[in-house]
Ligand binder design. Sequence first.
Ligand code: UDP
Ligand code: GLC
Ligand code: MN
Length: 356
Amino acid sequence: MASERVNDEAFVTLATNDTYALGCLVLGSSLQRVHTTRQLVVMITSGVSAPMRQQLVALFDQVVEVNVLDSSDTCNLELLGRPDLSCTFTKFHCWRLTQFKKCVFMDADTLVLQNIDDLFDRSELSAAPDAGWPDCFNSGVFVFVPSEETYRGLLAFAVTSGSFDGGDQGLLNSYFCGWATEDIGKHLPFTYNVVSQAFYSYLPAFKQFRSHVKVVHFIGAVKPWHQPFNSVTGQVSAFPNTGHSQEFLQVWWNIFMECVQPNLDPGHTGIVGELASLSLGGGGGGEGGSPNKRDDRERKLQWEQGQADYMGEDRFDNIMARLDQKISDTKQHPVGEPAEVMSSQRLAEGDTGAEK
Ligand code: UDP
Ligand code: GLC
Ligand code: MN
């Protein structure tokens, strides 16, 4: 028997562009799959396109437009290795959702494997420890109570004290600084926000507790939507060294191909367009049907991780040839950016936040 829906509690996520919106769609679908009784809310900014908004409206109970809040703290974000995260202050808008009594915020790169409605029994601010510094909480999943006062408090704190990591997590940890010591009830079990580092830093624990995992968080610059997907076999292959588990990536992709991809607009630019043209069993012009494009992205990521193939494809004369080609392209298209440069830039940026 289906349980009654609860109207004054919600799961809330955020996308400032269409690429992260893909993550929101998979997250929302994963919450539906485990039969949540709570409302689904997505906060979006002007960077999310009209066709993508239509997809979000079809899945989420509320789509709430908010302004981008930007920390512009490039210095600390460089330290974190994620200059693309300055807009994560936008998350703070979730405290303005005062139509709800209690909410759970979830990053767009999280995936729910088991029902987590019991989180609404917790109080603000409950969150799981961060795997990098367990006396801090990870701000990819947290329980909060909407309040204009807290929102204003967070903004005032941002102005006076800033964020030690340049993103929302540093600021939230300073603001809710009692979290580490005051109330163990506010420490969510790690299984509510399992980050990829856990797999390689403590594999025996992962094996032991695998069946307890409720939420997977694909933390880091390389997200599930960047991974090479083979549309013939329906399998995703994990990029090396991202730490993401193949098994969980496959769950993300299964949900994506079943619930999200069939509704995407093939006229879309960037990664969303590439993924929209995938078709299971082969065909289509997307990553799965275009091994060269996939190889290119894989190479680029390996390069960024310091693993250039100096003796092979990334050798000096190949790089020179590529540069020559780009220069001659630019000469042929002096006004504006040539299409090819645009697309290779998107690939270079991993399309993580470049969409306007
Ligand atoms: N986010 C966004 N646009 C961006 C970057 C981040 O909408 O360009 C949102 C999105 O909900 C994302 C969250 O902010 O999940 C935090 O960023 P991310 O998950 O990339 O950080 P990580 O967990 O990898 O540190
Ligand atoms: C973390 C969190 C993420 C947050 C980022 C910036 O790694 O996973 O949610 O946006 O730090 O503070
Ligand atoms: Mn995240």
